[in-house]
Design a binder for this molecule. Structure first.
Ligand code: FEO
Ligand code: CA
Ligand code: CA
Ligand code: CA
Length: 600
């Protein structure tokens, strides 16, 4: 049953009205300013954005597409000057390239998109628009500005050379025609959420890697079962037509070199990013970290697939606040655990360690590299709890709790619910709160409870548990990314709210977690039609929240007569430029209190 939630809320901003239109909305008394749009130059030698003349070379010097994770790394401890790090998760060709979209609208109401086949320029622009951006920003006069040509500005793309490190480095299963060492990879793909480490490196999580591979594995290939578990190859992109490594018939091991967590040393713009295999290989949603009381660094990791798992990694070594260089190798040694949530409200973190339990040669694992390359199969064997799509997971430094976003799972049937995923046909998702034993993030046991079952609380069958103090604007479905601020307050961003799903766009909701107001939620910011809400990132001083508006205009369903799929020349919104001939552009915004001050 819902708590009444009438205790004192940790938030006092005036709530935004839930709804849907062509632009964004932030709470009264706050400013939301565009900081970076797709195509904005990061260097003075980059051409100005011209959507009709886009080239790979231009895109490599401009802000990429579909901004998702946003992090901030202060420079020399200055809260008003630092590096913004942003993931560019994926590309939407139908909103990036003119003249390639055909929309077939059959009379049955089913709208079908078909693209003209990709050419090499389009594929290479797509590859340059993926990856990440590292860009210097500065706050002057209360407003954030990009420092074009900042000495540490950098684009990471699908062409960036990276090193594979940790237990799976050099495995024969990572060897390709181009790389006999199994240690040198080019690029990172589908970087969804991520993290910033306590030593100020940028973490990019590789999530839905299956869509980038095409072709068919050679008959009887050793990776058949492994790839099937990850849905490889799915063939959403046409890169394999121009780059053999994305065709599994030509380069069967390349897909084993993706699905990892990548660490980037942002203080050296020539540093080689490292794929940290100790953190496992799956559809990594994010990788937020915290230092445990004993000094180990703990990463919380979600595997975003229906019926997949919640993981954490505990480093073997300890964080040293006085020695940044020593911390740069912490992620190569440690223990990866997967969560089992038990019916009595306790939980166990099960180690994915070669030689322990079922993780032996009898089950086809020859070493730790094999366990990590097939993390999901290893976790299956350990009896981990199948979840409703684990998305972002964030620890709360102020109380030792951890919030797990579970976005939805409409394939869960009444006969396969479990205590931690209790709703059949879970269309709106839920949030679990883990309480680590003794408040120790490195603990191998803990307790858990469901903080919130999402959806419209006015519809009894939905079974949502927002407090009764939550207004008609305050409830949401499909939690995705989150941010825990310096006061331990939880901010939740969503993916999937739409006119037909919930009658509202995605946005950022502030959720009370403390006794009294627990389960009360209120809307702080909402996106334009068709967009998904990413970020969010509250800075430590709580005077700025960065949010990422992803794929604006990409309609999820009908709204005022606009079709399911927006067309380059007929977008349902031209946010944020609203200029003829310019498509909608994914953008990062900086939210501040008008005149300055603490947010929330
Ligand atoms: Fe990229 Fe799990 O969403
Ligand atoms: Ca996500
Ligand atoms: Ca987050
Ligand atoms: Ca998302």
């Amino acid at each position: 049953a819902a708590a009444d939630g009438t205790g004192k809320s940790a938030f006092d901003f005036p709530e935004v009205e839930a709804g849907i239109d062509t632009t964004h909305h932030v709470a009264d008394g706050y400013d939301a300013d565009i900081l970076l749009r797709w195509g904005d130059p990061l260097f003075t030698d980059a051409p100005a954005f011209d959507v009709r003349a886009q080239t790979p070379a231009a895109q490599e010097r401009q802000f990429g597409y579909n901004n998702d994770f946003v992090g901030f790394i202060p420079l020399e401890g200055d809260a008003n000057h630092g590096l913004l790090v942003v993931n560019h998760e994926y590309t939407d060709a139908h909103m990036m390239f003119p003249g390639i979209v055909e929309i077939v609208d059959d009379e049955g109401g089913e709208k079908v998109i078909s693209l003209t086949p990709a050419d090499q320029n389009r594929v290479d622009v797509e590859m340059a628009a993926h990856g990440g951006t590292i860009v210097e920003i500065r706050k002057t006069g209360g407003k954030w500005q990009v420092v074009t040509d900042g000495a540490l500005n950098r684009r990471i793309t699908v062409g960036t050379e990276m090193e594979v490190t940790g237990p799976a480095a050099g495995s024969p299963r990572l060897v390709t025609a181009a790389d006999p060492t199994g240690r040198k990879v080019f690029g990172t793909i589908n970087n969804c959420a991520g993290g910033v480490t306590p030593w100020g490196t940028y973490i990019m999580a590789e999530e839905n890697i299956h869509g980038y591979f095409m072709g068919e594995l050679p008959a009887g290939h050793r990776e058949a079962q492994n790839y099937e578990r990850l849905g490889i190859p799915e063939g959403s992109y046409e890169w394999g037509k121009f780059h053999d490594r994305f065709d599994v018939s030509k380069d069967p091991n390349e897909a084993n070199r993706f699905g990892w967590v990548v660490e980037v040393d942002v203080l050296d713009p020539t540093s080689v990013p490292r794929k940290r295999t100790a953190l496992g290989r799956f559809k990594h949603e994010g990788a937020e970290s915290i230092v445990a009381p004993g000094g180990q660094v703990v990463f919380y990791l979600g595997d975003d697939e229906r019926f997949d798992y919640v993981y954490k990694f505990v480093s073997a070594g300890k964080f040293n606040a006085d020695d940044r260089a020593a911390n740069l190798n912490l992620l190569d040694e440690g223990t990866l655990y997967v969560a089992r949530f038990d019916a009595d409200g306790t939980m166990v973190w099960l180690p994915l360690t070669f030689g322990e339990g079922p993780l032996t040669t009898a089950n086809g694992f020859e070493n730790q590299a094999d366990v990590l390359i097939e993390t999901r199969r290893a976790a299956d064997l350990l009896g981990a709890t199948p979840m409703d799509r684990p998305e972002d997971i964030e620890p709360n430094a102020s109380n030792g709790h951890v919030y797990v976003m579970l976005t939805n799972n409409t394939k869960r049937k009444a006969d396969d619910v479990n205590p931690a995923n209790p709703r059949a046909d879970n269309a709106f998702g839920h949030i679990i709160e883990i309480i680590e034993a003794e408040g120790d993030f490195a603990a191998t046991t803990g307790t858990w409870e469901i903080l919130l079952k999402c959806g419209d609380p006015s519809i009894a069958e939905v079974g949502a548990t927002f407090s009764t103090a939550t207004t008609v604007n305050g409830w949401f479905g499909m939690p995705d990314n989150c941010s825990v601020d310096s006061d331990g307050r939880l901010w939740v961003a969503t993916d999937g709210n739409s006119p037909s799903a919930t009658g509202r766009t995605d946005g950022v909701w502030a959720v009370d977690t403390a006794e009294g107001a627990r389960g009360t939620s209120r809307l702080f910011f909402r996106v334009p039609v068709g967009a998904e809400m990413c970020g969010p990132r509250m800075l430590d001083d709580m005077e700025t929240m960065f949010v990422a508006v992803q794929h604006p205009g990409d309609g999820g369903d009908d709204w005022e007569g606009f079709g399911r799929l927006s067309h380059f020349d007929d977008p349902s919104t031209r946010w944020p430029d609203f200029a003829d001939g310019t498509p909608p552009r994914p953008s990062v915004m900086a939210i501040t209190r008008t005149g300055g001050g603490r947010i929330g």
